[in-house]
Design a protein around this ligand. Sequence first.
Ligand SMILES: Nc1ncnc2c1ncn2[C@@H]1O[C@H](COP(=O)(O)OP(=O)(O)OP(=O)(O)O)[C@@H](O)[C@H]1O
Length: 288
Amino acid sequence: MSAAPSLLEVRSLTRRFGGLTAVNSVDLDLAEGEFLSVIGPNGAGKTTLFNLITGHDDPDGGTVKFSGRDITRLPPEWLATLGIARTFQHGRVFANLSVMDNVLVGAHVRFKAVRPAWPSPLSLLGPFAEVALALIRPSSVVTEEKRMREEALRILARFGDRLLPRLDHPTYSLSYANRRRVEIGRALALGPKLLLLDEPTAGMNQTETAEMQTLIGDLKKSGLTILLIEHKLDMVMQLSDRVIVMDNGSVIANGKPAEVRNNPAVIEAYLGHRRSDKSEASVPEAAE
Ligand SMILES: Nc1ncnc2c1ncn2[C@@H]1O[C@H](COP(=O)(O)OP(=O)(O)OP(=O)(O)O)[C@@H](O)[C@H]1O
């Protein structure tokens, strides 16, 4: 019996900044429905790897395939239409837009009625066609907007009463944790096949972290394929099917949480960074 085909296939991915190799010939496979965490000390290359996969940066070498298609160097907007969504380490929201509108921006990628298919040979006409449809508002557009709004509400309800009472609030007025929730809501509105979360609990307190872990666990149960960067290793060990460990741009370990935590190279990488690293110095137990 052959193994499940990879949804994401990364081969020899490399990114240099001057004399520094931030990502050094990284290979990575992610099967559909799998939950893979990327851990490692500060500066290990985790965010750079995410940037290369999601088109926010171009590699110096190597390839990224998604569902068998070469997506290396494609821009993030194209990748979004293919079903790749991400959040950022320090959170990125449209500060002047409301909570609801931020989520609708994510959903916009899937608006079929208002949005000509992209990429298309006529993509240059796309923005004009889109404005025209927004002004004329045929019934197909009105129906689709209603559907998207309902779906946005369902997504926002995932965060309990954190966001629903603040639908019309501009996101600049929200707490840091709520802005991060909005960002995840926007990513989910895209209806992603692959979700990349870069330190979703950074800056959150214990209660907020526990809530976020529950949410991410629910996303995993729903079958979503997830790549997670996280310094809170207890959470990583409990959520992940598999963990890869990066250090100095390279993958130094790849395996089930329990295997990784007992790997001497991993322990050395964490202990070796004890003085300068904000991550936990020891690798905690995996969930049974
Ligand atoms: N645009 C850039 N220009 C120059 N160097 C960069 C750039 N982006 C990242 N780096 C360097 O590449 C290395 C890897 O950085 P990266 O942010 O990917 O690490 P990380 O594992 O995500 O770290 P952290 O856990 O602190 O977020 C670091 O030494 C960083 O300073």
